[in-house]
Design a protein around this ligand. Structure first.
Ligand SMILES: [Zn+2]
Length: 135
């Protein structure tokens, strides 16, 4: 099985409505009453994907884990940093961390409420993993 977005056939930045529409189309296609339903989509995968992506919080967690495995697979993980190593920018109310490329990582406070935070560099394709108190 691919990731949940490819299961539902939507983009990673799809809106809730787009995801819901794809889900409903697929559920109809997967319906056991439908004859000649030549589809390689598994209704279990579809339901699991929908369950995860319909909730903003579990979707954010899922996105983070996707990005994490992508970065790990492509060796794009620049560093794993502790919150104490981040620079607090009081004027913008966000944390920042310097990338080796000269760019920086921006971490918003509300991102730190999840247990694992993966942040992309604003200049290059590297990312960092921020260790939050919950992780
Ligand atoms: Zn960078």
């Amino acid at each position: 099985m691919g990731d949940f977005y490819s299961v539902l056939g939507c983009k990673k930045d799809a809106s809730y409505e787009e995801i819901k529409k794809k889900y409903q189309e697929l559920v109809l296609k997967c319906h056991p009453d439908k004859q000649n339903a030549h589809t390689n989509v598994d209704v279990v995968d579809v339901n699991e994907a929908w369950k995860t992506l319909r909730d903003p919080e579990s979707r954010a967690k899922y996105n983070s884990s996707l990005l994490h495995s992508y970065c790990a697979a492509h060796r794009l993980l620049f560093a794993a940093v502790d919150i104490s190593e981040l620079r607090w920018c009081a004027d913008k109310q966000l944390f920042s961390y310097d990338c080796k490329c000269g760019g920086s990582y921006t971490i918003y406070q509300d991102m730190l409420s999840s247990c694992e935070v993966i942040v992309n560099c604003d200049e290059c394709s590297l990312c960092i993993e921020v260790k939050t108190p919950k992780s």
